[in-house]
Design a protein around this ligand. Structure first.
Ligand SMILES: C[S@@+](CC[C@H](N)C(=O)[O-])C[C@H]1O[C@@H](n2cnc3c(N)ncnc32)[C@H](O)[C@@H]1O
Length: 516
């Protein structure tokens, strides 16, 4: 198998869904009896797979396949994430396609890849203890193989002997010379179950609740702290959120208004209408990209929370004209697609701005059959760009670039990549973009500020500061009535924070501001 090489993230979290996620392993995915592909590749000691046509380079002792293809695929995806800074949701489908893995094999590879990456922090702590040395000092290819093995031992029903032997076989390929070490480490890991390891390694909840939760639920401590703060210090709720972050997220479709109704779409795709958004359909499985409704532009993949916050902007009460709408951070175009469809029904016209050229092209593609003007420019140029005049727009969306801590379910590696130091540049940009939006909106018009992060520095602090520095009169609009009636857990207003564990959505934040 040859590596598809570095794969960079191009989509919003909405567009990146697990492929065909598996239920937890039930034992049918043991190491024996896997199909093998003649001419398949094998990883070099550096960890990359190299194709050797006509030779089964993976044949192990006794002629049986040394490593089955789903595990190989998972290993290669995990290695690419760490070696090439690839994104699992992009690199894994490429590997699965290249290997021709479908059905249960693809599901198993997906489960192993996503599960290992989500649980990385805890797995590393366990491997450090089991190896008697810091996991960071283990050769990267062997380290990734051990992570994959430890995940199978602690979080799936793969029999222990199969998890150990398949991992040792993998290590034989990626780190010859380390097989004895790998065998010993995994046997040590297998001595306890996941709960017993947490009991042994995590600080107690009483003495260090953040440290305990971080290790028990595999999140960086700063992220746990940020979640706990956003949840008002409620550690029970924080725990539920962390558990939810480690679950496979469902795929949500958005039935484009004017094109197809949610009930009709649900019937067509075998899904269920969403609980909250009138446009949402929950998909039970399968590859959404293969659906005719998605291919022909009647629907797109979009988290229900994203649908709700975009729709909220269109529902904010407005006096006077209502024909000019602006999406100031539009790429790759999920919300622009929904806003453009609603605008078409209401006789309004959407302008969508995106600073990154390739993402601007994605916006144009996402809105290709709608009357949307796509501008490839910096949203902060309001007042300097003739197409972005001041006091011109009636409704403006700022779906700001953010840490994405609200969509960790969809991006298994991102919790380990993000750093608290990312916050200062991001919040400066968020303030500047919201300031530009407040210049772009007409007096009496509304601005929705949205992040896919519940971090209070990116939410409340940014909004308060940007409004204070804007130099224009700004009032908060209570956002709660702009969400579906009866939706629970919306807090005290005027802003709204959605949560995976409360609403089944990404953790989207919404503030609605009216320019006086
Ligand atoms: C959270 S994403 C928006 C997601 C999008 N609204 C959707 O629903 O698909 C933020 C976007 O803002 C863009 N961006 C960052 N800085 C910008 C700027 N100064 N002006 C315009 N867009 C910017 C990023 O490239 C990114 O595509």
């Amino acid at each position: 198998m040859s590596s598809p090489g570095p794969v960079r993230d191009e989509g919003s979290p909405d567009e990146r869904s697990d492929l065909r996620p598996a239920s937890p392993g039930d034992g049918q995915w043991g190491a024996r009896g896997r199909r093998d592909r003649p001419g398949g590749g094998r990883p070099t000691p550096g960890g990359r797979w190299s194709a050797r046509a006509g030779t089964d380079r993976r044949a192990g002792r006794g002629g049986r396949p040394a490593v089955d293809r789903p595990r190989q695929a998972a290993y290669e995806a995990i290695a690419a994430v760490h070696r090439d800074d690839a994104f699992a949701n992009l690199v894994l489908p490429a590997i699965l396609r290249e290997e021709g893995l479908t059905g249960r094999d693809a599901a198993f590879a997906t489960e192993l890849t996503y599960g290992t990456l989500r649980h990385l922090g805890t797995l590393d702590a366990i491997l450090t203890a089991a190896a008697g040395r810091d996991v960071q000092r283990i050769d990267p290819p062997v380290r990734d193989a051990l992570r994959l093995g430890a995940y199978q031992l602690l979080h799936t029903r793969v029999p222990a002997h199969a998890a150990v032997s398949s991992t040792v076989d993998l290590v034989r390929m990626v780190g010859p010379g380390a097989t004895g070490f790998a065998n010993a480490v995994l046997r040590e890991v297998a001595e306890r179950d996941a709960d017993a390891w947490v009991e042994r390694l995590a600080p107690s909840m009483e003495s260090d609740p953040i440290g305990h939760l971080a290790l028990a639920y595999s999140h960086p401590q700063w992220v746990v702290r940020a979640f706990a703060e956003a949840l008002g210090g409620d550690l029970g709720e924080t725990t539920r959120l962390l558990i939810e972050d480690n679950e496979r997220p469902p795929v949500h479709l958005c039935a484009r208004p004017g094109r197809v109704g949610a009930v009709e779409l649900a019937d067509e795709v075998g899904g269920a209408p969403g609980a909250f958004s009138p446009y949402a359909v929950y998909l039970s499985g399968g590859a959404p990209g293969d659906l005719p409704a998605v291919a022909d532009g009647r629907a797109h993949v979009q988290d229900e929370g994203s649908q709700l916050v975009a729709t909220a902007l269109t529902l904010a009460p407005l006096d006077g004209p209502d024909g000019r709408w602006l999406d100031l951070c539009a790429g790759p175009g999920g919300k622009a697609g929904l806003l453009g469809a609603i605008a078409a029904e209401r006789g309004a016209r959407l302008t969508a701005v995106e600073v990154a050229e390739h993402r601007a092209r994605l916006v144009a593609q996402a809105t290709r059959d709608l009357l949307v003007t796509v501008l490839h420019t910096d949203g902060r140029t309001v007042g300097q760009d003739a197409k972005l005049p001041e006091e011109h727009f009636d409704r403006v969306l700022v779906d700001a670039p953010c840490t994405g801590l609200g969509s960790l379910r969809r991006r298994p590696e991102s919790r380990w990549r993000r750093q608290p130091s990312d916050l200062s540049a991001l919040t400066r940009l968020q303030r500047e973009l919201l300031g530009a939006a407040l210049r772009a909106v007409r007096p009496g018009g509304v601005v929705a500020y949205v992040t896919c992060s519940p971090h209070t520095v990116e939410t409340h602090v940014t909004v308060t500061e940007a409004a204070r520095r804007s130099g224009v009169p700004v009032d908060f609009v209570d956002a709660r009535p702009l969400l579906p009636a009866g939706m629970p857990g919306l807090g005290d207003g005027p802003t709204v924070q959605l949560w995976p564990h409360r609403h089944g959505t990404d953790a989207m934040f919404l503030a609605v501001l009216r320019r006086g």
